[in-house]
Design a protein around this ligand. Sequence first.
Ligand code: ATP
Ligand code: MG
Ligand code: MG
Length: 348
Amino acid sequence: GAIIGILGGGQLGRMLSVAAARLGFKSHIYEPGAHPPAADVAHQLTTAPYDDTDALSAFAGNVDVVTYEFENIPTSALDVIEALVPIRPGREALRVSQDRLTEKAYLQDLGLLVAPFADVSDAASLTSAVTRLGVPSILKTRRFGYDGKGQARLKSEADVGPAWRDMAGQPAVLEGFVTFTHEVSVIAARSVLGDVSCFDPGENVHRDGILHTTTVPARLSSSQRTDAVLIAAKILNALDYVGVLGVELFVTPGGLIVNEIAPRVHNSGHWTQNGCVVDQFEQHIRAISGWPLGDGSRYADVVMENLIGHDVDRLPALAKEAGCAVHLYGKAETKPGRKMGHVNRIVS
Ligand code: ATP
Ligand code: MG
Ligand code: MG
């Protein structure tokens, strides 16, 4: 059987490895950090930094395709890998999504709605960005942000100075504040042949900047539902994408606004593990392996709840709950803000 190379050994890499094993594949994880959650379930593990060219070459030479669980892999590492084996989703998806400014401009050029935005490279450009977009607005680092990290909310002009100091000189983007009624996401997949399949949109609630729950079905009219799927398909086709993509959307009276995309399986798609015959992890492995996409239609109403930090202490009770599937990532240490697992509750 083929061997799937996965860059990153966190919970997403772990659940991708499990899905790969179910389809008869082996997985080889490449992860700089020690004791990654995926190590328990992968067939092979390379522990090395992303600047170790020899380790990267050996990894790439040992696998049939390389995918990733996060988008911030250094370009130099991708160059070494791509010389030896295909990377799916491809480089264009990574180029676009590694930088919020590039991503926003790309989505806007596709004719999609995004929050008003401005490039912020120094204190002067921040001042003119605030003049143009006003407050409230959100300052975000262009690169490496996740779970609301690297963001500062500007409620009044007085917040501008401290927010810029928080950025510590990193290039940033200022976004006008979008008044949305709620947030949804579409988990979409595209095969090597260009077939597209989307999971039913989920409605997302964040707590302290971290995804708290995803509920399916989301509150959307049938035309909004169609729009959401068309937006995702447009992005997939433009990128000539292979694999699963997460698309975060703001629902507003003026239409769906794209917040951001993630070129990988997505936390807001975890409900698919217990709501669909083929979940997002299997769909991703299928797509990157050249298989046809599977049946991702939803057969239940589900609420996914993340177990963050000491939420996981509720485990004995959760394990007894009817209709509740528990997914744990095997992380040794419980820390505040750390994603320890999630539960999927079947609610109908
Ligand atoms: P993730 O963990 O999803 O990658 P992130 O750190 O990349 O998160 P964003 O998705 O950009 O951050 O923002 C986090 C949350 O902050 C959004 O889900 C939304 O609730 C809020 N938010 C972000 N941008 C805006 C905006 N322009 N207007 C209003 N709210 C926003
Ligand atoms: Mg993000
Ligand atoms: Mg987000």
